[in-house]
Write a protein that binds this ligand. Sequence first.
Ligand code: NAG
Length: 417
Amino acid sequence: MAPRGARNARFTFSKIGTAVGIGLFLGCVFTFFYPNGFLYSVRPLQPRSSLARGDDPSVCESTEKITMLKTEIASLTDENTKLNREITQLTSKLHQSERNSIAVGKLDKAGPFGTVKSMRTNPTLVPDESVNPRLANLLQEISVGKELIVVLANSNVRDMLVIFYENMKRLGIQNYLVVALDEHIETLCKSNGVPVYRRDRDEGIDSIGKHGGNHAVSGLKFRILREFLELGYAVLLSDVDIVYLQNPFHHLYRDSDVESMSDGYDNNTAYGYDHVLDDPSMGWARYAHTMRIWVYNSGFFYIRPTIPSIELLDRVADRLSKNDLWDQAVFNEELYYPSHPGYDGLYASKRTMDIYLFMNSKVLFKILRHTNEMKQIKPVIVHVNYHPEKLPRMKAIIEYYVNGKEDALKPFPDGSQ
Ligand SMILES: *[C@@H]1O[C@H](CO)[C@@H](O)[C@H](O)[C@H]1NC(C)=O
């Protein structure tokens, strides 16, 4: 750490030195060419504006001038707004064409040092409505900006689902869909004006949804998700044990194939760090450096409709169908393991969500609530993934953040007991 700090300090110091030098030099130049002062010499250039017209200002004239100035300011502001809008449009076009040209391999020169960026935002798929016309119609109706929240539910999670859709209604979120895995859930949603989709009965995977335990349903969700992506929609996949406190679509980057919440509980564990192991028998090389990152939570992630995203879903669903594995472990392995002998890694781009905006229940109950930052941090969602007594904790989180009951979280221990 010390050498790097010292280098930075020297660098800053030399920058300041250079700036002072340039300043002195310019000062000498101006003193030489403009002995009466720089401002004096440029003043004659000023009367370009309406302000300087007329030598004999009267009250009437200055009122007129003020009006003219105001008009000028208004039109400039207008122009500024227009320019801003144009800049935004041009920037987005530029990014799009950059993406496209990278996608077809048109960029052949690297460009200057520090300006080179590889592609993390892969091009979106061409939608194929024939995959599922009924779902295509439904999504066209309820999605906003070609994206939506999708939650799978069967009767086992009924009470949490009620909290979920009440949260959607409270926040005014329109673009969400419940994939009902049984008739009871379908009826419940319909009678409460909740957008619901039930798959056709002849599809074999539906028996998993009806009778399956947690892990079987998790496998099912990757297969269902594929259709949403094929139809050209980005999906924010959500478990039911999540409390929504703000609209998550206002807090996404949308630059990666997968943008996921983390099981990490601080910057290191969530965003990655160098975990050093000690093997003293190796002497000089006793320290082994390893890269660690806490897994992504496969119960809350945003996935864009791209080829790497579909490949990810297929790989996960395929492995889950063949072995009794934990879907979250498989999801992370497929995202992170590089190619190696006998294995081709998946090159999907990924982004870890902010752990204080997309918060897990370990961050909230074990750490944050015991700190002074608790009052300032306003999560977008809280996922009760670390605690088995989900329903009461979800209700308490709503009491605390929505209804302002300051001691609502107090009765709960940090971990489960
Ligand atoms: C964690 O990271 C965020 C942003 O990356 C930073 O603002 C914050 O200061 C970091 N917190 C700690 C404790 O290092």
